[in-house]
Design a protein around this ligand. Structure first.
Ligand SMILES: [Mg+2]
Length: 231
């Protein structure tokens, strides 16, 4: 039976992607005299994904991507004031308060009575640790892992590090690509809780999903009943 429940953090336990969503809107407004918003955002999304290989995930890499795109879109005409405004976007993101998803605290509190809870979040460790501290829910987790990428290899390594059996592990998250599919591949179970704001790069294609078997819940509050049903 299940003994450990893994939780993704960004857009599963607390809101995150809306910060990027708002940032992109402000960014395209700053550059609006150079190009239309669609072109700017298409460029930024492409650059953002390409730059993961260099910077990993997180706001600092996103800031560099915005500056790169601003220089490119404006053909070098972007002003120092505009660059300053772009830096301010990312600084405000780095200072943003952590807002929990409705039901997060009550759900963790209930599940922590019976199960070991593990927080598994990917990204920049400075940014993620700050959010974990501010979240007010860190104490519910027996294990906390900040990883560079959520792959089969990463999950396998984490579970073996703590001597946990995949068959007794269930992972909960908003991303099919990061939270669901790799966990199923190593023999664990997974619960997908879609979020209105999910980064486009976290969506999995129909091909990637294939005939993967996982549960989908509307919100975190449904999780305790679902887990109880597994037993
Ligand atoms: Mg997430």
């Amino acid at each position: 039976m299940i003994n450990t429940i893994g939780f993704d953090a960004d857009d599963t336990l607390w809101h995150n992607e809306h910060l990027y969503h708002n940032a992109k809107k402000i960014f395209s407004e700053i550059l609006s005299k150079f190009r239309d918003a669609d072109t700017i955002l298409t460029n930024l999304n492409k650059t953002e994904v390409e730059n993961i290989a260099y910077y990993g995930y997180g706001i600092k890499g996103f800031a560099l991507s915005m500056i790169e795109v601003a220089l490119d879109i404006s053909r070098g005409q972007v002003t120092s004031e505009q660059i300053n405004e772009i830096i301010a976007i990312s600084r405000n993101m780095l200072k943003a308060p952590v807002e929990l998803v409705p039901g997060a605290e009550a759900t963790l509190k209930e599940l922590a009575d019976t199960y070991d809870l593990m927080l598994i979040t990917k990204g920049d460790s400075f940014e993620q640790e700050r959010k974990i501290e501010l979240s007010g829910i860190a104490h519910f987790f027996r294990y906390r892992e900040v990883v560079g990428e959520k792959s089969e290899k990463t999950y396998g390594k984490i579970l073996s590090q703590y001597n946990l059996e995949p068959a007794r592990f269930v992972m909960v998250g908003n991303s099919l690509r990061s939270d669901v599919l790799p966990v199923l591949k190593i023999g664990g179970q997974a619960v997908h809780i879609p979020n209105e704001f999910t980064w486009f790069n976290e969506n999995a294609s129909r091909e990637e999903i294939g005939d993967a078997k996982f549960a989908q819940l509307e919100n975190l509050s449904q999780l305790p009943d679902y887990i109880a049903g597994l037993e």
